[in-house]
Design a protein around this ligand. Sequence first.
Ligand code: FAD
Ligand code: NAD
Length: 473
Amino acid sequence: MAQTYDLIVIGTGPGGYVGAIRAAQLGFRVAVVEKRPRHGGTCLNVGCIPSKALLHASERFEEARAHFADLGIKVTPKLDLAQMMAHKDKSVADNTQGIDYLFKKNKIAVHRGHGRIVAPGQVEVTPVEEGGEKGGEPEHIEAPHIVIATGSEVAQLPGIEIDEARIVSSTGALALPSVPKQLVVVGGGVIGLELGSVWRRLGAKVTVIEYLDRLVPGMDGELAKHFKRILQKQGMTIKTGHKVTGVKVNAKSLEVAIEPSNGGEAQSLKAAAMLVAVGRVPYTEGLGLEELGVKKDNHGRVIVNERYETNVAGIHAVGDVIAGPMLAHKAEEEGIALAELLAGQAGHVNYDVIPNVIYTAPEVASVGKTEEELKSAGVAYRVGKFPFSANGRARIAGHGEGFVKVLADKESDRILGVHIIGPDAGTMIAEAAVIMEFSGSAEDLARTCHAHPTLTEAVKEAALAVAGRALHI
Ligand code: FAD
Ligand code: NAD
């Protein structure tokens, strides 16, 4: 006899596990299905958490090496990579165990194995052995509502085979056993620049090859230009407008062939390792969607309506597997909204206010529209900018690089976008998101008392600058 529930969630990444908890809070009997040994999906196991652990540790290493002396602290740091990796692994274990606790607390049933939707309302769970092979007797579970929260996987570069030893994806780059002498990063997006920064700080000579003529496509252009200059100053070699055409794998090194994106003279780069970070693609393998007729778009994303319903009744989807930015917090909000909609509440995600953060040093953070988007939409706007070089707290810490930029509607003064490159930008962007959720104006932000001396005063000053009345510049 199949076990029955109100809701079955396939995949326990941020979209699945948070949605499951919210549904349990609302009184649903919930089961989750997960094929990895640990919950948390990409984010906790091989994404947000391990990458931030290495970013945190390597940033401290670089500070100790290059900046402590300015503060009157003399040290010569020595890298213990094995301990840095152990700290990363412990961070992952602590966080994933946290989900086990939350599932128990919320009485969520856990079914371990690969989930396949055999018919609307019915899921078959096949045990997965170590190494990923399926095996053993499948079990059958049933529920009127099924949520696909199966996330995404690494996008491949045609003709280049990722071996996770020397030619690595983000997963391999989070676990290199030693610092590569030279690291070639393919893709100047968020993964390439975060993990490229980690290995540069630890001693690798890092070269980033980006196909487009700019870094971090989608981010505000002015920020991206400034970011590129800072990364170059830190010692990263950045080749925008270039592509990788092949890799020769020798016994001891890689020879990476590159050429300008629009054609031109080819070059060869010697590397000890290469990171392929050209994006991620939705993951729906073995879910049974083709047999069920669940529709996907031409990027392989499951198509849903504003209630996260697919075209097949009772089957829903959230997170990286559907359209939108591939971000953990976006997936979480969708999981919550879906649970609330199923409970008859007004679940909703405001896609205009989803912050985006790159956890380099300095950090890059944005929410809302970029200048390019406003221009192409023909929206009249005003800009207020304030540099961290004029912020007392940033100067104390030696973090004077970067700026805050506030974009506000020319007529109504409503804030349309906030873009920050600077220390702790990822934390500060939250106040911009809150004020935008309340449709606040630049004047609202400018008239809010900000504590002194804090980095957030730069946000207030940028809001003041929208009306041409910044005080400290
Ligand atoms: P996932 O987290 O991918 O989870 C899907 C889960 O479903 C997996 O556990 C998988 O094993 C399971 N699954 C799949 N198919 C089946 C099946 N058939 N049966 C059973 N289980 C199945 N985002 C941020 O917001 N901030 C960051 O700092 C950040 N850093 C990142 C760093 C890296 C290196 C990477 C790769 C990603 C990062 N991301 C970050 C993106 C973030 O990880 C994803 O947006 C997020 O994990 C998506 O959540 P999800 O629930 O949709 O899917
Ligand atoms: P991305 O889309 O951020 O960047 C990929 C980059 O590769 C782009 O700049 C693209 O122009 C470039 N590119 C594509 N094909 C190329 C080619 N053949 N040669 C050279 N360059 C090429 O993707 P990513 O960095 O792989 O990250 C994947 C996803 O994971 C992102 O969507 C991101 O949202 C998420 N993520 C988020 C965070 C964070 O929030 N801090 C961190 C890591 C990953």
